[in-house]
Design a protein around this ligand. Sequence first.
Ligand code: NAD
Length: 264
Amino acid sequence: PGALMAGKRGLIMGVANNRSIAWGIAQACANHGAELAFTYQGDALKKRVEPLASSVGSNLVLPCDVTDAASIDAAFEELSRTWGGLDFLVHAIAYSDKDQLTGRYVDTTPDNFAKSLQVSCYSFTAIAQRAERLMTDGGSLLTLTYYGAEKVMPHYNVMGVAKAALEASVRYLAVDLGEKNIRVNAVSAGPIRTLAASGIGDFRYILKWNEYNSPLRRVVTIEEVGDSALWLLSDLGRAVTGEIVHVDSGYHVVGMKNPDAPDI
Ligand code: NAD
């Protein structure tokens, strides 16, 4: 453990369980000396998040459903009362109706389109608005995206459209908040078996495909995403903003299937 994050306070949004990407990032930050707060969505997850938080020395665990502006405000008011400021924030939140993460994108419904974009894209902007007020000494905001924003992935559908919008919002937010030395970046993670990923059709196939065809010939872990996130959240990343960093074993550079890959 080092002191890279000593004296820094960060809010981690999106831990559902110990397989969550947000949890990999939280552990990396805590191991380097950060003080953490967590939000959870709904009472069912409270029981899971509280023990994880306490295992990294945090007892600041707040409810926050990003579809409810009052709930976001309440979480930030509590954070403001307790800490008075904030140095970094991790947004690892996405949602789409499972029924629409299969079949064709063209069949997506207006209701699910709106809900998916609200939770998976707009919520990052809603949170950046509140975080800006607390980050009086500069700061770092990080969200999670996926290659399905850039290229068409089977079954990713409306989530790909939401991630494309999220990546564009990273760039707009970086410009808006840059004057205050608040940096805004995203990690584009390779596929990882999490609760959210279990909603995506044929996820096993996607994992195998990435393993066989990425330059490093393997999939990535939440600990590895955590270590790259640490760079962007810490002062090591102090000149980096508006960036989408791929943490995907290099999969995004590959133009064709590996000719030596076995059949899946
Ligand atoms: P996860 O299921 O562990 O986390 C998703 C989180 O979103 C959960 O904690 C859930 O409570 C939260 N959430 C959903 N709706 C919410 C709402 N209305 N209010 C507040 N929170 C809400 O899965 P994960 O894979 O760790 O997902 C984290 C992020 O990483 C997501 O943005 C996801 O799209 C992204 N991502 C995942 C992968 C992957 O393969 N797992 C790859 C690239 C990017």
